[in-house]
Write a protein that binds this ligand. Structure first.
Ligand code: KG4
Ligand code: ZN
Length: 365
């Protein structure tokens, strides 16, 4: 397999398409966003995301059957819009199609995969299935009109989303090693559930993040789970969730906006302290010079600020994607697929709901 730097180093949108790596139509439908993008290597030419947040907000969480139905309605217009925004009337001049193959909700994944299969059959283009979390890893590398694409360098990735909380050693594309994970809830899930307990809308992460900025993180003392054992790289958030519930049962619901903000800030501080401490510990143990935080929760302002401060103190490079690529999108799937193609991966798709990022299916020789 080649060690070609997969993301080319231009800093503006001027370069010739052929300088930039394979041109790919990428599709993502693993959860509650229907997304399509046109990418060339690590460069994004268009990225369209149709969010279903308003559909699921009424239920306080994702309803899988509704997610599938809305993907079905959105998938064709979203793909057409991504092609139009990239100035591509059709799929001529493309090298491949990429699609999220898992993990995710099976009914949701199948809508994107079947659309991708149809397009691949109609055009003869090769079809590459991409692991959703590998996509998030590549979200930190993307370039577009406003941003230079980054080269993938060895790093520690802290993967934080609605379904995942993991520490992963990334050596190069297709070379991933999970070194820590949550034993129970994912961190995004904890944000969403705590938000629901205190009457904030779904998804809870952005709502808690916004209120936390107005609150005192020392107002309430919530547990920092699994920090005591200096060897552990595992996470647990169910105890923290229970602590918030017990607090609400004993002290009652917040009686003012300030009390609500203090609760949000204190909960967020407990989450951030654990994430940052474990990431620091893992980075030091592996001797890596970079830490990337990716996934929906990487948008969290408290987490970004604390990681930036830790990077300064410990002397490592901290990187998080621009906010538009933190949540689910197809540009990251295209970026990962481009890297896989350059590295010699064979086209294939296998829909799955729970394979890890270091599954043999994802790893490259
Ligand atoms: O990566 P993502 O968009 O979808 C999954 O793959 O799960 O992550 C969604 C998660 C949700 O739990 C949402 O509440 C959380 O990311 N999230 C945040 C923030 N923005 C989104 N959590 C904390 N702070 C935020 N600003
Ligand atoms: Zn995601």
């Amino acid at each position: 397999m080649s060690e070609v730097p997969l993301l080319l180093r231009e800093t503006s949108g001027e370069g010739r398409a052929t300088d930039r790596g394979p041109r790919i139509l990428a599709i993502e439908s693993s959860c509650d966003e229907t997304a399509a993008a046109v990418v060339e290597g690590g460069w994004v030419r268009s990225s369209v995301v149709a969010s279903q947040v308003s559909v699921h907000a009424a239920f306080g969480g994702i309803v899988p059957e509704l997610a599938s139905r809305h993907h079905l309605g959105a998938i064709v217009p979203v793909i057409e819009e991504a092609l139009a925004q990239a100035g591509c009337g059709a799929l001529s001049g493309f090298d491949a199609i990429a699609v999220t193959e898992g993990p995710g909700l099976v009914g949701a994944l199948l809508i994107g995969v079947q659309a991708a299969r149809g397009l691949a059959a109609a055009t003869g283009l090769p079809l590459f299935g991409v692991h959703h979390m590998e996509g998030h890893v590549f979200s930190a590398m993307l370039g577009d009109d406003a941003l230079a694409a980054r080269e993938l360098e060895p790093h520690l990735a802290l993967l934080v989303s609605g379904g995942h909380t993991e520490l992963c050693e990334v050596t190069r594309v297709g070379r991933y090693r999970l070194i820590g994970a949550t034993r129970d809830d994912a961190v995004g899930e904890a944000f969403d559930k705590v938000a629901k307990m205190i009457g904030l809308p779904y998804p809870g992460g952005p709502a808690i993040d916004a209120l936390a900025a107005e609150g005192d993180p020392r107002a309430l003392s919530f547990p920092r789970s699994m920090l005591g054992d200096p060897t552990s790289l595992e996470f647990s958030f169910s105890g923290l969730k229970t602590a918030v519930l017990v607090h609400l049962e004993t002290r009652g619901a917040p009686r003012s906006r300030q009390e609500l903000a203090d609760l949000c800030a204190s909960f967020q501080a407990a989450v951030v302290d654990v994430l940052v401490a474990k990431a620091r510990r893992a980075r030091a143990r592996l001797g890596l010079g970079r830490v990337h935080v990716v996934g929906g929760v990487s948008a969290n302002r408290g987490l970004r600020a604390a990681m930036a401060a830790a990077a300064e103190e410990d002397g490592f490079v901290f990187c998080a994607p621009p906010l538009r690529y933190c949540g689910d999108n197809a540009a990251m799937i295209g970026g990962a697929a481009a890297a896989r193609i350059v590295a010699g991966a064979a086209p294939s798709v296998f829909v799955h709901t729970s394979k890890a990022i270091d599954d043999p299916r994802v790893l490259l020789p």
